[in-house]
Design a protein around this ligand. Structure first.
Ligand code: KG4
Ligand code: ZN
Length: 339
């Protein structure tokens, strides 16, 4: 039989994403971002995001269908992010997906945002090996998970207990007077810096700490204090060294715990997703540490790492292919949906 043709809608944060896939083949990936509208607030503002989703929804669906060159009536299913995420933002996507699926007479699949960050790698590298460990790091989440079945058995191993990794990048960039979102600016500034210049703390890596949880709030505070002390003493802040040393701490902790999770659980594959997967130091360190540990590393191209609709379509297509039950019309958004 033909592989399922699925349209996916993502609105959990600030990107309105509509993707279309046929099985593991990406046909369209239309994204409208409201990131510029949030920049002056230094973070995502929920009300602004919901409003932007509402305005972008229909045009983005139309654009995806046009890009894919498919007719809506040929779709096998409509998938949508049901959570976790910002509730008002999620609601816009869920309402749109329901209306669209109902009007077309197609089944509706509510999917988990974190699981779809993992499933998207199938569009890049083909069928996901099972089990696969996943490190998902963005402005909204930082999680380690093991997927034994992407449609039904994704187990969380750990997550951040305070700030998300991307949030830490954004806050440190602000302390250093760099732009928003901060990750790319820190990455760039760090190229000219010495990662060993300042030894910032590695959160939750002590012998009694939880193995797979993260904490970045202490690191952020430590960087802020270090910078403030320099400024108070009237000294110049070595921005490149601070950026490189901060980035080193984050990359070290993330890769150490991810490789550890693979080893402890006998998993031979690691995938990394989320916007922070763009970080050059994180990638380099993950490559080296995975190679040393005999782990196969999979990182999708950046456009697929950040929030998008194709990831939702990819997971929806997998659910159709594996004969999973569709959601009912009562499907609701759940801001804290567990995997
Ligand atoms: O996945 P994403 O686009 O949106 C969500 O947060 O869901 O991730 C955005 C986050 C921001 O915090 C941004 O600073 C971070 O990803 N980011 C990076 C880099 N590029 C984006 N962090 C570190 N290094 C980068 N090169
Ligand atoms: Zn995300």
């Amino acid at each position: 039989a033909d592989e399922p043709l699925v349209l996916g809608i993502e609105t959990s944060c600030d990107e309105t994403g509509v993707g279309i896939v046929r099985g593991h083949t990406l046909l369209a990936d239309a994204v409208a971002s409201s990131v510029d509208a949030h920049a002056r607030f230094g973070g995502v503002v929920p009300e602004v995001a919901s409003r932007a989703h509402l305005e972008a929804m229909v045009p983005t669906i139309e654009r995806a269908l046009r890009d894919a060159g498919v007719a809506a009536r040929d779709l096998d299913a409509v998938a949508v992010t049901a959570g976790p995420g910002l509730s008002g933002a999620l609601l816009v996507g869920v309402a749109a997906a329901k209306a669209y699926a109902y009007a077309l007479g197609k089944p509706l699949y509510g999917v988990n945002h974190l699981a779809s960050h993992i499933a998207v790698d199938q569009l890049e590298h083909g069928a996901l090996p099972e089990p696969t460990t996943a490190l998902l790091v963005s402005g909204g989440h930082s999680s380690l998970l093991v997927s034994a079945d992407i449609t039904a058995d994704v187990r969380p191993l750990g997550a951040t207990i305070d700030d998300a990794a991307g949030e830490a990048f954004d806050k440190v960039a602000r302390v250093l007077g760099l732009g928003f979102p901060g990750g790319p600016y820190i990455d760039e500034a760090a190229r000219a810096g010495d990662p060993a210049a300042i030894r910032f703390p590695r959160g939750l890596t002590g012998p009694r700490d939880p193995l797979y949880d993260f904490s970045f709030s202490g690191l952020k505070t430590s960087v802020a204090r270090w910078v403030e002390a320099r400024r108070a003493a009237g000294e110049e802040v070595p921005v490149a060294d601070v950026a490189a040393s901060f980035q080193e701490s984050v990359a070290d902790v993330l890769t150490r715990k991810a490789v550890r999770a693979c080893r402890d659980n006998g998993v031979g594959h690691l995938m990394i997703g989320g916007g922070v997967a763009a970080n050059s130091r994180l990638r380099a360190m993950a490559e080296r540490r995975c190679e040393d540990a005999g782990i196969v590393l999979r990182v999708p191209r950046m456009k697929l790492c950040t929030d998008n609709g194709a990831m939702v379509a990819a997971l929806g297509a997998e659910m159709v292919a594996r004969g999973r039950a569709a959601s009912d019309w009562e499907l609701s958004a759940d801001s804290s949906l567990p995997v």
